[in-house]
Design a protein around this ligand. Sequence first.
Ligand SMILES: Cc1cc2nc3c(=O)[nH]c(=O)nc-3n(C[C@H](O)[C@H](O)[C@H](O)COP(=O)(O)OP(=O)(O)OC[C@H]3O[C@@H](n4cnc5c(N)ncnc54)[C@H](O)[C@@H]3O)c2cc1C
Length: 397
Amino acid sequence: MRIAVCGAGIAGLALAQRLDVLGFEVVVLEKAPGPRPQGYMIDFFGPGYDAAEAMGVLPRLHELSHRVDEAAYVDAKGRKRAGLDYDKFARAVGGRLFSIMRPDLEQGLREQLSDRVDLRYSTSIEAIDNRSDGVGLRLTDGSELEADLLVGADGIHSRVRAMVFGDEERFIRYLGFHTAAYVFTDSRVRAEIGEGFRLTDSVDRLMGFYALRGGRVAAFAVHRTPDPTPPADIQTTLREVYGSLGWVVPRALEACPPADEIYYDQVSQIRMPEWSRGRVTLLGDSCQAVSLLAGMGASLAVAGAHVLAEALAAEETVEAALRRYEREWHPVADEKQHVGRRGARVFLPDTRWMLWVRRVALRLSVVPGVDRYIAGSLTGKPVVLPKPSAARSGRRG
Ligand SMILES: Cc1cc2nc3c(=O)[nH]c(=O)nc-3n(C[C@H](O)[C@H](O)[C@H](O)COP(=O)(O)OP(=O)(O)OC[C@H]3O[C@@H](n4cnc5c(N)ncnc54)[C@H](O)[C@@H]3O)c2cc1C
């Protein structure tokens, strides 16, 4: 059975790895000319951690991860106002947590693809013929591809979703924020941050910084705005919105790279009544984006890939597998989206009162039991994944 996957991001690479191990023929289509170097730090825990372990990719991801000791909120002079001990949070989720840059997570997954997987960069889909017995694809390089199933793993602004299910406006739910992320080198800022994750303790906008190897710093920014449209001039907007936050922020904004090296997007969720139509299904942010407010999108992308691959391995027909994938995974995604929306005012307070409430809650996190309560409210309900099955012969070709 041949499966075409559109998108070599976290979801697409995880699915390709698992399908290949299970004996399927896999073609991955990625519109970028090569691996994307831009990125941001990802806290990886929950069902994605369990799925990565079940898929056998976890040790390499750990090797590529970063050590973070604490998430500390600091004021405009750099003084700590509140903090969350990462080791405590890690213990509260059973030690099953690491922090990893998105390009490194993708690299760790990509490295574990066998050379049987046909990974094509600079390639996307121009037209889809969605039939009851398979899909015919016309690709942007002019070639054609026949597959038994097409999986759209092409992110929150999915083209596969638009071509098969309809316009983005029907499914996107804007949460009222914009976000940006970039990496820069500045030894003074790097020294100021230490080994942790430092965030500004501020209302309606915040910048956060992670120390990377080699004197580099990963910055990310979030601010409230009623308008979902991204600005025309990203660098100027970042300076205008965040410039007065104080501490290392002005230096970090000075070091901001050109717009094509900055990740910038609205913060949104994707909500759909169904993820599959005929021989096309969706995976990862394309159908279940939870947003950075949930802090679990990458984890859910890997776990969803595991669930879909196992459903395809277990069921006799593609149709039955897609029904099973949706039955097992859609409710989980819905619940994590709810967790993300619920946490929005804690993630980015909208009043000085909420800022104070967050400080108090974080101080209480040193009390035994409260740390587990906080971890539970950040992660939501526990998720049970299907057991990994053995490869079956005769699936390729
Ligand atoms: C600032 C920020 C912080 C975050 N922090 C966390 C965190 O701490 N923990 C966590 O778990 N998650 C986090 N997330 C969420 C996480 O990054 C996403 O949920 C995750 O990247 C989704 O993976 P994906 O593979 O579905 O989509 P993507 O990562 O968007 O990958 C989609 C891929 O498809 C490709 N593509 C797009 N269009 C086409 C096309 N037409 N044809 C072919 N290819 C195409 C893209 O180039 C890309 O390679 C964060 C997100 C942001 C923005």
